[in-house]
Design a protein around this ligand. Structure first.
Ligand code: GLN
Length: 453
């Protein structure tokens, strides 16, 4: 099979299945075939290919792609074509990756079911009466539905891990700073991180190895580290797996049972299970929503109708143009978060909300640091349940926020975590578990994930 033939197969598959899954919001077959032909030229010349070369993949639509529309699935960015590539995409291009198109997401990555997308939500490949998750729902729907081999998403509070969990896939949220954020359209800069969604742990390790490392263009990125993909073998003997009891409170019974099974499996492999309490976890959700909204309200200030995408049609002054552009261009959830963010940052409330949340963030970081003195990884659910039915969000917004309870602490603490499948519910929907590591210990969690797989 040539790379062009492989790419054509994926394009055909997208043609036949995307209407059902709504995974892609922009398919770029001409570019994909052009990249594939380049790889075939190398093959014909007898050159050796690296592992990611010629592999058809996708990017979440908040990762900037030069010359290809990048919308964050928001009306305010419709028609915006970046003039530069995100570093991750530049890197993968250097690996001759074949990008099939850009995938669906919650508007500006704010949400947990992809239904705040201006293109409508992405559906679950297992059962289309359920969501693919969010905010990187499109990547998960595409990879789970065989419309791409792998994809890159972004994770601010769970957006890689939660859709991976809902679609029975592997989702890696790397340590904050492990992967460059240059060219990732910001939601909450101190929490955002790019990572892969794949079908196997080995694939996740390979993609992570390719995209991680220091980037001059992102001062929060950090230096080159050891590779992970070549270190997945070995055994689990003596690995100390931490269980924080709080993570298992209030989760659905079948999810709990699947996790307890996984714990037993690790015990059989020779791992040592260490139980402890992490009472600070109960503050993670409010801390996350205060910090994420505060940062978002600042980051989204740049959409003023002057620099990017959409501009209101009629106005009498610059001020009115900006107001109308933002009122018409942003969806309801984005507006809600901008309002919440400006509220917690306003002078009368700054100390009561934002400052308190920042202080608590420090306490959460310390709590995880001391937990990792007694264990090597922490095992937890990814989400307290399985994929929501369509329109779950519409019923109750706060209930949706609450479902992020297991994923947000990791972003607050800047830690790496991988979600892998660990069973199915009665409806046949996948259940996910999270393996959380200490900073820059991606190899440790991926190795443990690889052994479970
Ligand atoms: N669901 C969370 C939120 O709505 C996480 C989103 C994300 O990680 N981008 O903020």
């Amino acid at each position: 099979l040539s790379c062009t033939e492989l790419t054509q197969k994926y394009i055909d598959q997208i043609e036949s299945d995307n209407a059902r899954l709504n995974a892609y919001v922009n398919v770029t077959p001409a570019q994909a075939l052009k990249s594939a032909q380049e790889v075939d030229k190398k093959l014909h010349a007898g050159e050796k290919l690296s592992l990611l070369e010629g592999i058809p993949m996708t990017l979440k639509d908040n990762i900037s792609t030069e010359g290809i529309e990048t919308t964050c699935c928001s009306n305010i960015l419709k028609g915006y074509v970046p003039i530069y590539d995100a570093t991750v995409w530049k890197t993968l291009k250097a690996h001759n990756a074949v990008m099939l198109g850009k995938t669906n997401m919650d508007e500006f990555a704010m949400g947990s079911s992809c239904d705040t997308s201006c293109f409508g939500g992405a559906l679950n490949p297992y059962n289309q009466a359920h969501v693919a998750g969010g905010s990187s729902g499109g990547v998960a729907s595409a990879v789970g539905g065989n419309l791409a081999v792998y994809g890159l998403g972004s994770d601010t509070g769970g957006s890689i891990r939660q859709p991976a969990s809902f679609c029975g896939l592997v989702g890696l949220k790397p340590t904050y700073g492990a992967v460059s954020r240059y060219g990732l359209i910001a939601y909450a800069s101190s929490l955002d991180q790019i990572g892969p969604i794949t079908s196997t742990v080995e694939d996740a390790a390979l993609v992570f190895d390719a995209i991680s490392g220091k980037d001059e263009m992102d001062s929060t990125s950090s230096g080159a580290r050891e590779t992970t993909a070549d270190k997945l073998n070995g055994d689990m003997k003596g690995l100390r797996i931490g269980i924080a009891r709080e993570y298992f409170e209030g989760i659905r019974d079948d999810v709990k049972a699947a996790l307890e099974n996984a714990i037993k499996t690790y015990e059989h492999m020779g791992a040592e299970i260490v139980y402890f309490n992490l009472p600070i976890l109960k503050y993670a959700l409010p801390v996350y929503y205060i910090l994420a909204c505060a940062e978002a309200s600042s980051n989204l200030g740049r959409y003023d109708g002057i620099r990017y995408g959409y501009r209101a049609q009629s106005y009498n002054s610059v001020h009115e143009m900006i107001c109308k552009t933002r009122s018409e261009g942003f969806g309801a959830e984005v507006k809600r978060r901008i309002l919440l963010g400006t509220y917690v940052l306003s002078s009368g409330y700054y100390d009561a909300y934002y400052k308190k949340a920042q202080n608590l963030r420090g306490t959460i970081v310390k709590a995880f640091r001391s937990a990792f003195e007694t264990c090597d990884i922490i095992l937890a659910p990814t989400v307290p349940m399985t994929a929501f039915e369509l329109n779950f969000t519409a019923k109750d917004q706060v209930e949706t926020y609450l479902t992020d309870i297991c994923t947000v602490p990791i972003n607050i603490a800047g830690l790496p975590a991988v979600s892998i499948p660990c069973g199915f519910d009665a409806k046949g929907l996948p259940i996910g578990m999270q393996l959380i590591g200490n900073t820059f210990c991606e190899t440790t969690i991926l190795k443990a994930a690889y052994h479970y797989e």
